[in-house]
Design a protein around this ligand. Sequence first.
Ligand code: FE2
Length: 329
Amino acid sequence: MTTALAAQQTYHLSEAETHKLWRLSQLAAGASEASALALSGLLLDLPKSVRTALLEFAEAGADSGFLLLRGVTVGDLPDTPTVHHSGALQGHPTDGTLTLVADLLGSLVGYLDEKDGALIHDVHAVPGEEKRIENSGSVAFDFHTENVHHPLRPDYLGLLCLRQDHEGVAATRVASVREAVRLLTEEQVAILRTPQFYSSYPASFTRGRSGPVPRSGPHPAVFGPYDRPFMRFNSHTTHAAGAEATAALKALSEALEAVCHNVVLEPGDLVVVDNHVAAHGRSAFVPRYDGRDRWLRRFYSVRSLPGWTQHMMPRQRVVPTLEDIQGVL
Ligand SMILES: [Fe+2]
């Protein structure tokens, strides 16, 4: 089942707002590695209604767990890359767009363990990796909260669509725990709230590593206030310790499926997801590797990081390896 996209989950930029955001994005693009302070003037110049929509989403949240901005300029684009880390858009104004939105919500960050700490991630299919459950795949990617294994998970992620798949069928699937728990029994929710779940490191954090995949936990799958809960769950990598908890996890998966919003992103659509409220995924599509394939760009944003983490950063905005912070949190 799929629910319709409610109007309050979508903000359409006016033509003037589109132009202003693009101008600020061009200025911010060269500063994406710089401190938040260097960008603060540009953040203040963002169109007031766009700022308000994003800040209200960050402060008050939304039961759906996402906000869709439509009408974002994507500019001139080269062919969709077919290799990892092509750097095809280094310095592109969309770097600036994503940095500004991430810094308005919190702070743009990358993880040294993932893509060598890249701050903006290009999401497109890579030949031979169609079945990988990460950015480079094209098979269905089930519900997950981002970096589920990590103690410093992103608070928000953003996905900007540069190009759709050829058939226009690939949907970004977003499912909120706040909507899903209404379909669960009190007993199931109580089980999901107990720390008896384990999450293996996702594929993007173990690329190039051999040996058994490490895991984090035990942790709860649902936590926070009863009327406004949060979630830590990846349908591919989160597992329960016993039969009862396994059944509760399955019920959560089914409830997420029942409340899922299928958002078919078009060029210029930027969806912002609250990573503790909503899980996200992707439906399958067929890449052609002809330079016109589906291409999204992703950011992570955190509201705050401990001071010691910031002082351990190998580069500005890059969270140290898990090995370096293991056991501290
Ligand atoms: Fe994801």
